[in-house]
Ligand binder design. Structure first.
Ligand SMILES: Nc1ncnc2c1ncn2[C@@H]1O[C@H](COP(=O)(O)OP(=O)(O)OP(=O)(O)O)[C@@H](O)[C@H]1O
Ligand SMILES: [Mg+2]
Length: 277
């Protein structure tokens, strides 16, 4: 039996299987071939889509917004690439591997209404033994081997704060303050977030601090009456220079950062899939 943990983020798709861990940009691109190139339309996702975007007549789409699917075709292509890459399959032989697997997918706390459709889509594409959709930050909680904690996941499009007691998400919120806000502030293009060097530039510093400020209010609000719970912070946002220090100083307490904060949700979702095997 194969186990798969899948986290389709606004910025990056993350997928973990028994075979490998993969991450690629949540970008879909297509372009009409020119007269001497042949006929029809070529499509690409992930790093290939970023490369294709250098050709002027390419249309670039971001199929995930605020952690939710907004372009069904593009979203489906991201899912197919992630699962095929993680199982190292893209042929008929691979179909038996795919149908013999257990897939756990993570969605934002406030995206439960999308769960049934995503499960239906994955079942249609791969006919897996089992497909479960859970709140994505449960992945981080499992990754750090805790049952009671306040988990904050700072992603590209959303930041989630969820309180867990006995591994159950008792309350949570999805906040629209996330890393993409910084990209908007500095006026960068659609795909600039893929290159993290931009965050070491002096001009991004004040925006990083202002994001920390915006999040601390929601985090403190969610922790009310539960200040004794450990705080775990995952997602690419916690890797922004100075972010961890800013959060700790504003909170007046230390936070736990998983070993690989970007992959943390997917790693925990994979562990959940393994437990169901
Ligand atoms: N070292 C890093 N590796 C990956 N992403 C980073 C890093 N440093 C900063 N980031 C930024 O973090 C964001 C990606 O984080 P993450 O993969 O957790 O978001 P996501 O899951 O795609 O988004 P969301 O959870 O909002 O749907 C991007 O904006 C990226 O530029
Ligand atoms: Mg995410």
């Amino acid at each position: 039996m194969n186990a798969i943990g899948l986290d389709i983020g606004t910025g990056f798709v993350k997928c973990v299987s028994d075979k490998k861990q993969i991450k690629f940009p949540s970008i879909y691109a297509c372009r009409q071939l020119a007269t001497w190139e042949g006929r029809g339309v070529v499509e690409a996702v992930g790093d290939e889509a970023i490369k294709m975007a250098e050709i002027p007549n390419t249309r670039v789409k971001r199929p995930v917004m605020l952690g939710k699917p907004i372009d069904e075709k593009g979203f489906e292509k991201l899912v197919v690439k992630a699962i095929e890459m993680s199982l190292e399959t893209n042929d008929a032989l691979g179909k038996s591997l795919e149908s013999n697997c257990i897939i756990v997918v993570g969605l934002p706390y406030e995206a439960k209404s999308h769960a049934a459709n995503i499960k239906k889509m994955i079942t249609r594409l791969f006919s897996p033994k089992q497909c479960t959709v859970v709140a994505q930050v449960l992945g981080t909680l499992v990754d750090v081997s805790l049952a009671d904690a306040v988990v904050m996941s700072m992603g590209h499009g959303t930041t989630e704060v969820v309180v867990f007691k006995n591994s159950s998400p008792i309350k949570g919120i999805s906040i629209h303050h996330a890393v993409s806000e910084i990209m908007t502030e500095i006026g960068s293009g659609k795909t600039a977030y893929v290159n993290q060097e931009i965050f070491t530039e002096e001009r991004t510093k004040p925006h990083i601090m202002s994001l920390a400020d915006a999040l601390i209010d929601d985090l403190n609000h969610m922790r009310q009456d539960m200040e004794c719970l450990p705080i775990v912070v995952s997602g690419g946002g916690i890797l922004l220079p100075g972010m961890k220090e800013a959060l700790e100083s504003k909170l007046g307490t230390g936070i736990i950062v998983p070993k690989d904060p970007v992959m943390s949700n997917a790693l925990g979702l994979f562990k959940l899939a393994v437990q169901s095997c």
